[in-house]
Design a binder for this molecule. Sequence first.
Ligand code: NAI
Length: 480
Amino acid sequence: MVKICCIGAGYVGGPTMAVIALKCPSIEVAVVDISVPRINAWNSDQLPIYEPGLDAVVKQCRGKNLFFSTNVEKHVREADIVFVSVNTPTKTQGLGAGKAADLTYWESAARMIADVSKSDKIVVEKSTVPVKTAEAIEKILTHNSKGIKFQILSNPEFLAEGTAIQDLFNPDRVLIGGRETPEGNKAVQALKDVYAHWVPEDRILTTNLWSAELSKLAANAFLAQRISSVNAMSALCEATGADVTQVSYAVGKDTRIGPKFLNASVGFGGSCFQKDILNLVYICECNGLPEVAEYWKQVIKINDYQKNRFVNRVVSSMFNTVSNKKIAILGFAFKKDTGDTRETPAIDVCKGLLGDKARLSIFDPQVTVDQIQRDLTMKKFDWDHPLHLQPMSPTTVKQVTCVWDAYEATKDAHGICILTEWDEFKNLDFKRIYDNMQKPAFVFDGRNIVNVDQLREIGFIVYSIGKPLDAWLKDMPAVA
Ligand code: NAI
């Protein structure tokens, strides 16, 4: 029986390994982590992450051929294939701070693998890493190996949170990079054999190591670039009276462009896009390519611009002050169908409004009060460096309440900001909400999910990103 061990039981390690266990009953899969609460949660009825379909997959395999454990060394020692799916955050200090990937967690995992191994192993990079990381890992492993042979493969993960199980069941492609040597090819084939249990062969792509590593960074950069492109257009639409939904529909009908990832919004979030682009920028700079670095940096600048623009729009529409006004925040997760708040635009928008002394009442169906308060008091990048967490600021906590119902959040509010596109927000009783709000009542839709005409009919002043402006908003000072 082939044994797989995955180091890192996070958003990637947990779901990917659960699906491998489900699709390959003949393979034993152990997912290990140094975090005891995380492993305890994986072994309980309340999994540590919310992901549609995940509970069912885990329930089917856990205890049969899928195990979650903190006994990292034992499971690594016994495995034939070791996936490494630890976090690779942006460095906060030292060389490359604010851009380069922090490979501390990766390096310590690699040293541990070398330490405890007693048999040859295939080590798979599942985390997103800078190009040439495999070479560094190879050096760590071979210099500490006591004669044991390691083959390094790059197998980046392309799943999207919120649709992870679907994406894993039916991936557009699985990418495996390896050394172009007989041993390298053999290792690639062994990993291909795992995926071949359910992925059609023509969707399993093999490349050299560096292409696989770079393809993941490139894919995320391209996806984020589409969002920044349509968001840049949304600002122009507001200035000209065009409607961004109509523009992106027309643009996306071109088969060379395609319709996906063209929704204007308050900005992209999540743990990957910004971190991976910053990493790409750093790699370009290190390779003497400042123009290329500058090009990709712009994707992040537009994203920051979009979040600022949104905050400015809220404040300027409400007579240039939100001081002591109650603003309801509907949605805090970085997208629907996940409880993940890493780099969510809601953090920047809420901080912007708190900066103008607003009182916030926040509702998200999947994000806990503790998480929201932690996010609003953390410094940038702290979220992925648990050791550096700052204590909560009492002032911020006082200005923020978290509630478990959209109607409660909006009661007596002056304005509503929709920051996550949860389906349940589309079907709210907006007449009831309007009746219970202060007047004039504002809706700022950062995800373009409400029916603008219907809400205006009820009496709301509505701002929806990239849509023709309400007469009210046109009269307000210009937003930069
Ligand atoms: P995560 O933070 O949810 O999980 C990482 C886990 O690794 C944590 O539970 C941590 O305790 C554990 N860990 C760290 N060092 C360890 C060690 N030495 N031994 C054992 N466990 C250790 O991170 P997530 O979101 O799963 O991401 C992992 C990697 O996958 C990152 O490189 C990310 O860029 C990449 N990725 C993430 C995607 C996502 O949607 N979240 C999608 C595709 C790739």
